[in-house]
Write a protein that binds this ligand. Structure first.
Ligand SMILES: [Fe+2]
Length: 384
């Protein structure tokens, strides 16, 4: 965090506030300050939600006075409003976001897999937070000690958020069956893919629980899609740009369901950072775009596919009974090798959990455990 400003002053006829401090200068807009004014007429004291209509504020609103006293910044505005801001809170809000905050990109050579223990995460908040932070960092975590029952994952899902129900139910089978409604339910190998890009919203996290894995083959493959997309951006910027611009459709139809959606294979956020990847060869339906666009797209898709199916980026592992993978379906591609049932049974169970509830649990636990640690230190200092 920057050091405390040495001075504050008004600029541009009061439409800007200028903070001067050791690391550099910071300029804040009067309107931006006014709409987050931390007083009970502007923000609800209980929820922190805004009470005034920000769109009604005059666009030429300005500051008429600014005064700094320690951490307290007192401001007066041309609409007659006055309020005191915490300078530390204001500066914290102005911190630039680190690119891919809290994430570690990896490739197929990742030596140490992110691991967690089911019972520990179920019983202990610190262990649950550690599991969720590894999931955020690597985009997946392998969990051991999952109860050997069909819905064995359920207890831990309850600790995080609701199970996302789909037309396939809650926790559903992934095993070879006759009359498969999806290629997942066959013995075929599956190319690297994200799940269900034909849904809206797309499932956030895949929970894949292994009950039996005695079949020959059936190994899991994981690819860090963000890492691969950034490689593509460096090595083939034209292909990268194309995959952020063209939005293929994705489709799942069966006797009772029509699911259709669209989106680019590489989706960027407002800062140009990769926010989501999609790849689902078996459900993709590219629209009949102009020929030149199609050719550009096919070449770009091929370049990306070669990356995400190549040895550099592919991590191989075989889940054992009692293990599960939690995978970020916006970041990871996953696949599996073909399997033959002559060797034994392969039976997985799979469920989906949303991204917002997962992130919320992680952030809340981090705050709560930090608060407990602070309280503990304060008590220790008080009793020392
Ligand atoms: Fe899948």
């Amino acid at each position: 965090m920057p050091s405390r400003p040495h001075s504050v002053s008004l600029k541009d006829h009061g439409q800007q506030l200028h903070l001067s401090h050791a690391e550099g200068d910071l300029t804040l807009e009067a309107l931006w300050l006014r709409e987050r004014s931390p007083d009970e007429t502007t923000l609800d004291s209980l929820t922190g939600q805004r009470l005034i209509e920000a769109a009604d504020l005059p666009l030429d609103l300005s500051l008429t006075q600014a005064q700094l006293d320690g951490d307290t910044l007192s401001l007066a505005f041309s609409d007659g409003h006055a309020a005191s801001f915490s300078l530390a809170s204001l500066l914290a809000e102005c911190q630039p976001c680190e690119a891919y905050q809290g994430m570690t990109f990896w490739q197929g050579s990742l030596a140490q897999l992110p691991e967690a223990d089911f019972a520990a995460a179920l019983d202990d908040d610190a262990a649950l937070l550690d599991m969720l932070e590894q999931l955020q960092r690597f985009g997946f975590v392998r969990v051991s000690g999952v109860p050997d029952t069909e819905d064995g994952m359920q207890g831990l899902i309850h600790r995080i958020g609701p199970l996302r129900r789909t037309n396939w139910g809650g926790i559903a089978d992934v095993k070879s069956v006759a009359n498969a409604y999806d290629l997942t339910m066959t013995q075929r190998g599956l190319e690297p893919h994200t799940d269900n890009p034909y849904r809206d919203p797309i499932p956030g996290y895949i929970w894949l629980h292994c009950l039996r894995n005695a079949a020959q083959g059936g190994d899991s493959m994981l690819v860090d899609g963000f890492s691969a997309a950034e490689r593509l951006r460096r090595e083939d910027p034209e292909a990268f740009a194309c995959l952020t611009e063209v939005s293929p459709g994705f489709r799942y139809h069966d006797a009772t369901t029509r699911l259709e959606s669209e989106g680019p294979l590489i989706e960027l956020d407002s800062r140009g950072q990769v926010a989501r990847v999609r790849f689902s060869n078996r459900t993709e339906r590219v629209p009949a775009l102009p020929g030149a666009t199609l050719l550009r797209y096919y070449a770009a898709r091929q370049a990306f596919y070669r990356l995400i199916s190549g040895d550099d980026f592919t991590l191989h592992l075989k889940l054992a009974p009692g293990q599960m993978l939690i995978m970020d379906n916006y970041r990871l591609f996953h696949g599996r090798s073909a399997f033959q049932l002559e060797g034994g049974i392969r039976h997985m169970r799979q469920g989906y959990v949303d991204r917002d509830s997962t992130a919320s649990r992680r952030l809340l636990l981090a705050d709560q455990l930090a608060g407990q640690r602070d309280g503990q230190f304060a008590n220790e200092e008080a009793s020392a």
